[in-house]
Design a protein around this ligand. Structure first.
Ligand SMILES: C=C(OP(=O)(O)O)C(=O)O
Ligand SMILES: [Mg+2]
Length: 408
């Protein structure tokens, strides 16, 4: 029976020019699979630990040599002894080897790269496309893109507090058409900003990052581009507030505007915003520890709008269960590196499904050319994917993978 021959780890660069972990798994029949860990900027407090060297001067302490060493010296010898070849067994061994609740021993960057590389190698061994191997006969649905075209918050150096202004082609016939609409709107927005003498520089995920009069003006600028491109009524708006970044001492402070708000003000703010604009989804409208306010907001607008827990749930079934019990939110953002293995990621998706929560597969603001999440979105029929603007290759790679899956 085929087994794991060796796992090789190495340090590569992500889209911000920071190092990250890449792993290659080789099977005894020579089949190989490679994957890389992405990295966040507005990271949740409850995410699994991304192991960084810290005490080393290389890359200002952001190196991942310790995590790579963990792949080569701890994970590889242990996996070589594994007698079965399923992702579940590999991931359960990774969890056991790590032995902590948050992957702080081996690093979630090390475990995730190995876990995803294993899945790729096994899929290749069975000569199956990754999405088909992961999802089996049930995998059929291409996700609707939630395309981030205007950036603020921690992802941009402008004066906007909301992190992501996304367009969602709800009226498109298929993935290819929706992606085309989004790309046309993105270019229309760029031309409009240029015509107004505003910056067309981009943020970490490729969305434009101009200074504007207010966050509401940012929504209007995006809606204007939707209209000029000819897609009004067929494209809606989604926001990622990344509200945990605003949380201070039981309240909120919008850092760029220097504005203080308490949870009630913020609930009122979102309620008004969704009445005024065609917003269908808000991610992290409130902080990662503010379950009571999340519950209140969900009671207020949860029947009209998708309320997505990113930092709130961190792809973690215990955090998600806490949210389900509290009636907080109605959707979960799925980022595999928040939890550190593919199996735990699939468990979070499964729990969300069984609890009536929507699922959105997501990239990180620091990405690589790895397209694993595109296959994952189709494999689990997630319905939605968040993978940035169509102008940075690490994001385009995911869109192109989805186009190819849809075509073939
Ligand atoms: C993709 C996101 O950003 P980051 O990777 O910086 O957490 C997000 O907050 O949804
Ligand atoms: Mg987010």
């Amino acid at each position: 029976m085929v087994r794991i021959q060796k796992v090789y780890g190495c340090e590569i660069l992500d889209s911000r020019g920071n190092p990250t972990v890449s792993a290659t798994v080789q099977l005894t029949d020579g089949t190989m699979g490679t994957a890389a860990a992405p990295s966040g900027a507005s990271t949740g407090k409850f995410e699994a630990v991304e192991l960084r060297d810290g005490d080393d001067r290389r890359y200002q302490g952001k190196g991942v040599l310790k995590a790579v060493r963990n792949v080569n010296e701890i994970i590889s010898p242990a996996l070589e002894k594994l007698h079965c070849l399923t992702v579940r067994d590999v991931d359960s061994l990774l969890q056991k080897l790590d032995g902590t609740p948050n992957k702080s021993h081996l690093g979630a960057n090390a475990t995730l790269a190995v876990s995803l590389a294993c899945a790729r190698a096994i899929a290749a061994h069975y000569r199956m496309p990754l999405y088909r191997f992961l999802g089996g006969a049930a995998a059929y649905k291409l996700p609707v893109p939630m395309m981030n075209i205007l950036n603020g918050g921690a992802h941009a150096g402008n004066n906007i507090d909301i992190q992501e202004f996304m367009i969602v082609p709800t009226g498109a016939e298929n993935f290819k058409e929706g992606l085309r609409w989004c790309s046309e709107i993105y270019h229309t927005l760029g031309a409009q900003l240029k015509a107004r003498g505003l910056s067309t520089g981009v943020g970490d995920e490729g969305g434009f990052a101009p200074d504007l009069g207010s966050d509401e003006e940012a929504i209007e600028v995006v809606l204007d581009a939707v209209e000029k491109a000819g897609y009004s009524g067929r494209v809606h708006i989604a926001l990622d507030a990344a509200g945990s970044e605003w949380a201070v001492d039981g309240g909120y402070r919008l850092p760029k505007r220097g504005k203080n708000m308490d949870p009630e003000d913020l609930i009122e703010y979102w309620t008004n915003l969704v009445s005024k604009y065609p917003i269908i989804s808000i991610e992290d409208p409130l902080g990662e520890e503010d379950f009571p306010a999340w519950t209140q907001l969900t009671e207020r607008i949860g029947s009209r709008v998708q309320l997505v827990g990113d930092d709130l749930f961190v792809t973690n079934i215990d955090r998600l269960q806490q949210g389900i019990d509290a009636g907080a939110g109605n959707a979960i953002l799925i980022k595999p590196n928040q939890i550190g293995t593919l199996t735990e990621t699939l468990l979070a998706i499964d729990l969300a499904r069984r609890s009536g929560y929507n699922t959105i597969i997501s990239h990180r603001s620091g990405e690589t050319e790895d397209t694993f999440i595109a296959d994952l979105a189709v494999a689990v029929n997630a319905g939605q994917i968040k993978t940035g603007a169509p102008c940075r290759t690490e994001r385009v790679a995911k869109y192109n993978r989805l186009l190819r899956i849809e075509e073939c």
